[in-house]
Design a protein around this ligand. Structure first.
Ligand code: SAM
Length: 291
């Protein structure tokens, strides 16, 4: 048998790499599912609260679960670098937190646990099964195909799901007006200096000198006169593109937009100029539009 030429060698290497990568797609859901499991069990909270590396037996006792099953979950999460293994004070193997596990604590300041729980909920996962039909037919949004109505009407009728959304989106405004749909503000916690106002932004919005629209405009199509989003060279570009897929699955016309696309919408909406400020270590950018 003759030796392989340069091109064939590259092809063989690419095929070998493809075989490794394809498993990521076959079992892509596993990472999300196990992280969801860890959040529900409050593994990150218990490990953090322990203050020093915790053994498997201490962890399973604290969580009240089988140490054999927990060992398998922890082995996966350590491999994902969500937790790390460290020696305990008496020299046995223990688990310790990482920067990622701190984001998975139920009530940490920068916790993203609620967002994981929302996106991994059966209600939010169902529309993904309709993605190809939605792309092929382009007549019925995926969320509507799965649930018969858009996400906001669905949330208004299903308080448990609305609570999941509200927890994930918890508004961090510290002053001014918090404006949202009536069923959302009716359960918003009181906060000093924040006035909750319910309404439909397509009917009217409260008068104010400045309006901050956070995670809102990407939910809507151009007809609704939306504004906001992402610099193409942003280091979170991959996440931005994933968010664009999420908008496709979960909203009727929502999308993530490039700077040029935002520019054209803002011009159409009558703004004279705008600036885009990326936020360090965040997927979002701030777009400031001037009348
Ligand atoms: C992705 S969440 C963003 C929440 C919040 N601004 C934040 O920073 O996390 C989008 C919000 O838009 C609200 N919303 C949807 N339709 C609306 C409408 N017609 N009028 C006012 N708010 C609306 C939803 O209830 C939801 O809370």
């Amino acid at each position: 048998m003759g030796e392989l030429g340069g091109k064939e060698v590259i092809r063989v290497e690419e095929d070998a790499e493809a075989e490794v990568r394809i498993w990521k797609y076959v079992f892509g859901f596993v990472e999300m599912a196990v992280v969801k499991c860890a959040i529900e069990l409050k593994i990150a909270d218990v490990i953090e609260a322990h203050g020093q590396p915790i053994t498997l037996s201490e962890l399973s006792t604290a969580l009240g679960c089988s140490s054999y099953l927990l060992h398998r979950i922890m082995r996966f999460l350590v491999c994902q670098k969500i937790f790390q293994e460290k020696c305990t004070s008496n020299g046995t193997k223990g688990y310790a937190p990482t920067s990622i596990s701190r984001l998975l604590m139920r009530h940490g300041e920068r916790s993203m646990a609620a967002l994981v729980l929302l996106e991994s909920s059966p209600v939010m996962l169902a529309p993904w099964h309709y993605l190809s039909a939605c792309v092929r037919q382009n007549d019925r949004p995926a969320f509507e195909a799965a649930h018969g109505k858009d996400i906001w009407s669905y949330a208004a009728e299903h308080p448990a799901h609305s609570e999941l959304i509200n927890d994930a989106m918890a508004c961090d405004a510290r002053a001014g007006i918090n404006f949202d749909l009536p069923h959302v503000v009716s359960v918003a916690p009181e906060s000093n200096g924040v006035k909750h106002v319910g309404g439909d932004m397509f009917a009217a919005v409260p008068k104010a000198n400045t309006a901050f629209l956070k995670w809102v405009l990407h939910d809507w199509g151009d007809e609704e006169q939306v504004v906001i989003k992402e610099d193409e060279d942003h280091k979170f570009k991959d996440v931005g593109l994933m968010l664009d897929m999420v908008m496709l699955a979960h909203t009727a016309n929502g999308q993530e937009r490039t700077k040029e696309e935002w520019g054209s919408i803002l011009t159409k909406a009558g703004f004279s100029r705008f600036t885009v400020k990326p936020i360090d270590a965040a997927v979002q950018s701030v777009i400031i539009a001037y009348p």
